[in-house]
Design a protein around this ligand. Structure first.
Ligand code: PMP
Length: 426
């Protein structure tokens, strides 16, 4: 038994499922998780000393690769001055100024500690600002684990949904309406059914929690129009796409304006951070300026702000990096398609910017229903095979692969060769 297996045996006795976040338990791929000791550039090392090319990248934030010296040194310097003050600091102002400069249509920023918190707070703000209770989300989009967003589509979508977790009262999710990603008519039907009652439409501008599914042409623009017509606010949940698709995120990439934007991990460079942002008029509805309450002891934590400021400043100073990582992801997507085709394995590879994911299905994947058609058993075998070849992928089908600036052609080619072998053996 390897050290990861030994540690996992101990872990399950003291941590539910042996982990602090469910997907890490590798249940979807039927094996014990690797326990990681260290990461550098595009690589991870586990407790047994095995080295992997990493496409999880801490689920997104490591866009510069792991342990980037600029981010690490900023953290080391900040740590020397103390870990938390619970008081304003200069770096909070600087990072907010930088975000306002880089992201279209935002004038103010409120820092929180996770993507979950960012979205939960943005939804509260949307409700507070509009005086409406209903919200519309999309089936297959994930927005963190706050009560009102843990919802399955109801059998009749026009009624509210059902809780997708125990512990979430029906009464709370009755206000959460579920539409279909890339289907404007499903949104329109909900807005018509609840006239003047929908506070916001929240969307991942590129869905990255059903695997990667980009918005169909006109979809985001259509959401904007429907929101304008109904008075609902449009929230872009950019926890994945923010500072990744482009410096200005999805709003810049697609040229569509959102009313509120949420960010997560990537603005912390690997430290725990989230933020919600919008116009001054909206953001000044938040305490202490306005009636929407939200607070946080560790919000704007000085060490996290130092990491985030260093990462965002580096991205701003190296804008060429975006074309580079997108080109790498496009190359890899093309090579994975070829590998699958050569092996006769039906695979649809979606790629947009530096995000990609293979679905084990013969059809195109442009909607949640297509994504759900992927053969998850095959994905599990693919995952296991790739891991044996030294490539660490997301341990579940319905996640993204993240390419970072640290992945070089050498790692991409090694990944493609591994895929040749693994597809051939499927
Ligand atoms: N929104 C989106 C789009 C996400 O992908 C995630 C998690 N990856 C979240 C919100 C929740 O973020 P966190 O895990 O930091 O709470």
């Amino acid at each position: 038994m390897g050290r990861s297996e030994q540690l996992f045996e101990q872990a399950v006795k003291v941590l539910p499922g042996g982990v602090n976040s469910p997907v890490r338990a590798y249940r979807a791929v039927g094996m014990a998780p690797r326990f990681i000791t260290r990461a550098e550039g595009p690589f991870l090392w586990d407790e047994d000393g095995e080295k992997y090319i990493d496409y999880v990248c801490s689920w997104g934030p490591m866009i510069l690769g792991h342990n980037h010296p600029v981010v690490r040194e900023a953290v080391e310097k900040a740590v020397k001055d103390g870990l938390s003050f619970g008081a304003p600091t200069r770096r909070e102002v600087e990072i907010a100024q930088l975000m306002v400069e880089l992201v279209p249509n935002i004038e103010m920023v409120r820092m929180v500690n996770s993507g979950t918190e960012a979205v939960m707070s943005a939804v509260r703000l949307a409700r507070g600002a509009t005086g409406r209770d209903k919200i519309i989300k999309f089936e297959g989009c994930y927005h963190g684990h706050s009560d009102c967003l843990l919802v399955n589509a109801g059998s009749s979508a026009l009624a509210g949904g059902h809780p997708s977790s125990a512990g979430v009262p029906e009464d709370i999710v009755k206000h959460t309406l579920t539409a279909q990603f890339n289907d404007l008519s499903s949104v329109e039907a909900l807005l018509d059914a609840w006239p003047g009652q929908v506070a916001c439409v929240i969307v991942e501008p590129v869905a990255a929690n059903m695997g990667v599914v980009g918005p169909a042409p006109g979809f985001l623009e259509g959401l904007r129009k429907l929101c304008d017509k109904s008075g609902a606010l449009l929230i872009f949940d950019e926890v994945i796409t923010g500072f990744r698709l482009a410096l200005g995120g999805a709003q810049a990439y697609f040229g569509v304006k959102a009313d509120l934007v949420t960010f997560g991990k990537i603005i912390g460079g690997g430290m725990p951070v989230g933020a919600y942002c919008g116009s001054r008029a909206l953001m000044e509805q938040v305490a202490p300026c306005g009636p929407v309450y939200q607070a946080g002891t560790l919000s704007g934590n000085p060490v996290a702000m130092a990491a985030g400021l260093a990462q965002l400043t580096y991205l701003k100073d190296h804008p060429e990096l975006y074309d580079d990582i997108a080109a790498k992801a496009a190359w890899l997507a093309g090579r994975l398609r070829k590998a699958a085709e050569a092996a006769g394995v039906p695979v649809a590879v979606n790629q947009i910017g530096s995000l990609l994911s293979p679905f084990f299905t013969p059809t195109e994947v442009t909607a949640f229903v297509d994504a759900k058609g992927s053969d998850v058993g095959r994905y599990a075998k693919y995952f296991q095979g790739m891991l044996r070849h030294g490539v660490a992928l997301a341990p579940a089908q319905f996640e993204a692969m993240f390419v970072s600036a640290a992945h070089t052609q050498a790692e991409l080619e090694a990944t493609a060769r591994a895929a040749d072998a693994v597809f051939a053996a499927l």
